[in-house]
Design a protein around this ligand. Structure first.
Ligand code: G3P
Ligand code: CA
Length: 245
């Protein structure tokens, strides 16, 4: 079994993160999975954005929660990465699903519920409704740093796969695993390496964010289920060297 390669915010290392060009690049590279982050706009639209504020990645300022979809669509999400991507917009979840469909993508779609700083009321129900548009041959994987979001989404759609994200503290993830609410763990690779791996036979391990050849090599040798990387094309090459075609 090969370690799968999940593109973190798309091909974040070579394209503006969490934009349609970034997801397209990851699909073109042959990524096994696409990871992205969802938040809620002022007018209740499902917005693809990592930070709560749009300042770092776009030419405008403000919080997603305080802006309408129309206002968010005016932001340029490409220019700060490179003038080559000027005009890229902040996508909605609907648009990302459309892109996956247009590409006949058959891998994993990992949607992170970005509810650890702002607990967007009702986001899980809205996401579940939108996911009705996701083709059944795309594997749906939800993750979150917020255990309450996982609990809520698990109740709404127990058929999806659930993973607990954590950077340092594994306690909440242990609780979710104990109650069979998750089947996989998504730890910070630095945390994982400092602890010389993580032995938890019943859970699938998928570290993030695995960008250096050194970290990739470590994860491929450990044969973890998957890695999250900003460089899916590079990871595919490194995997070939270690795990073969
Ligand atoms: O899913 C792995 C990774 O996305 C978690 O961290 O901050 O990049 O969303 P972050
Ligand atoms: Ca994420």
């Amino acid at each position: 079994m090969q370690t799968k390669i999940y593109a973190h915010r798309g091909s974040k290392g070579t394209r503006p993160e969490n934009t349609l060009v970034s997801f397209q690049s990851a699909i073109d590279a042959g990524a096994d999975g696409i990871e992205t982050d969802v938040q809620l706009s002022k007018d209740g639209e499902l917005i693809i954005m990592h930070d709560e504020k749009i300042d770092r990645t776009t030419n405008l300022t403000g919080k997603v929660v305080n802006l309408t979809l129309a206002e968010l669509k005016k932001a340029d999400a490409g220019i700060k990465f490179s003038p080559d991507y000027q005009g890229e917009q902040i996508p909605t979840l609907k648009e990302v699903i459309e892109l996956l469909k247009d590409n006949n993508f058959k891998g994993t779609f990992n949607l992170e519920l970005k509810t650890n700083h702002i607990e967007y009321h009702g986001i899980e129900e809205l996401v579940d409704k939108q996911m009705e548009q996701l083709p059944s041959d795309i594997h749906l994987l939800y993750s979150s740093f917020n255990p309450n979001s996982i609990r809520r989404m698990q109740k709404i759609n127990p058929d999806a796969e659930f993973a607990s994200l954590f950077q340092f503290k594994i306690k909440e993830s242990r609780q979710l695993a104990k109650h069979h609410l998750i089947t996989s763990l998504h730890p910070d690779v630095t945390w994982l390496r400092e602890r010389h791996g993580l032995f938890w036979p019943k859970l699938l391990i998928r570290p993030w964010t695995v960008n250096s050849v050194k970290d990739m090599t470590y994860c491929f040798k450990k044969k973890y289920d998957a890695i999250f990387t900003d460089y899916p094309a590079k990871a595919i090459e490194v995997r070939k060297d270690i795990q073969g075609d």
